[in-house]
Design a protein around this ligand. Sequence first.
Ligand code: NG1
Length: 418
Amino acid sequence: MGAVAEARDPEGVTKDRPTPSELFSSLFGGPPTHVARAPGRVNLIGEHIDYCGLAVLPMAMRHEARLVFRPRQDGTVRITNANPEFEPVEFEISPAIAPGSSGDWRNYVQAPANEMARRFAIWRGVEGVLSSDVPVAAGLSSSTALVNAVGLSLAHANEVSLAPAEFAELMAEAEQYTGTRGGGMDHAIGFGARAGHAARITFNPLGMRHLVVPEDWCFVVADTGVRVEKSGRAQAAYNQRRSECEKALDAVVQLALERDRLPTAPRGYPELLRLIGAAEAISMAKDALQGRLLRRFRHVVSEAGRVDQAADCLLNADLAGFGTLMDASHGSLRTDYQVSSRELDELVAIAREGGCAGARLTGAGFGGCIVALADRGTVDAVLEALVEQYFEPRGMGDRIDDRLFVAVPSAGASVGIL
Ligand code: NG1
């Protein structure tokens, strides 16, 4: 099982298809001149709290979206996906590009163009071929990898030069175009990641603390095989969680003001927690809220605490401590935030039985992947348990490296000349 690692086809396509560069030449005549790369990520802990402005702890992976491209002398963008499941996309750059239907991949290509045209006088389009080996709709940020890669190509073509944090904030805003009211975690790690490190990311303003991932730590990613399409049900469920968090915060703040526990209304969760602390916030919530909103609030506040503790565990190479926090995070996501599923719970249980230090769903949930932490001595047993008890019985044992791998902490997005 030691062979189950991130061994990827660098072109991101199967052997019987042309490479992205060959496809580019056949479509556009002549070779591409540049390549933009943007990684997917695995969130280690801090789930569904980035949109509350609270710190999260992800790391970028070696899996990436890769756009080979050539700037154009007009405002047309033409992008073909190396995966023929996805239709080619063509549009004109403008600050008011009409979105396609919900969930259409064209929206992720149009999103950065639309936002950049709103902010800068960009006029030059690109033509390109996109390939990606980030598992699609699996909680590993395949959508943001795509947005970031296209955004980088347009910035390069139009000589827009931004610091990584500015670019990340711009792309986070851009992705709202797709209708998912997501947070800024994926864009931040996508631009700011360092090889060999995870990062504790804070928001408003964006900040990053890079933390070395100890050599001995293996973050196993296992995909349920249930896709979480960010259209229809999953998008609505995601957006609903975000509004519930906003409503819960308003009610708790209102009560705290009435009881003179706050001098003025805080601007968000981080300020509330700074002013009254997690314990008092939760006790206030018990009076202000009930049912679903209380559960959402309790998840957000407790998960924020776990992120801080997990960052300390990473600094101190405390694998057992980190694993315990992952287990608690999963419990909270399952019962309080209600974003787990039967398959995610099953994978988590198998990874634990296999001897991992801790396991949890990663990303938005509802399907997609889990992440489990093991050391080098136990990782093979964890991988074996997952293969034997989840993947093989479901006939999902073929192309197992796509569904089960040890994530390699990798660097952020870049653009280069070919
Ligand atoms: P995934 O599951 O990778 O789409 C989403 C959001 C994140 C974050 C997580 C849950 C987007 C682009 N990403 O990630 O901002 O909120 O869910 O922690 O919407």
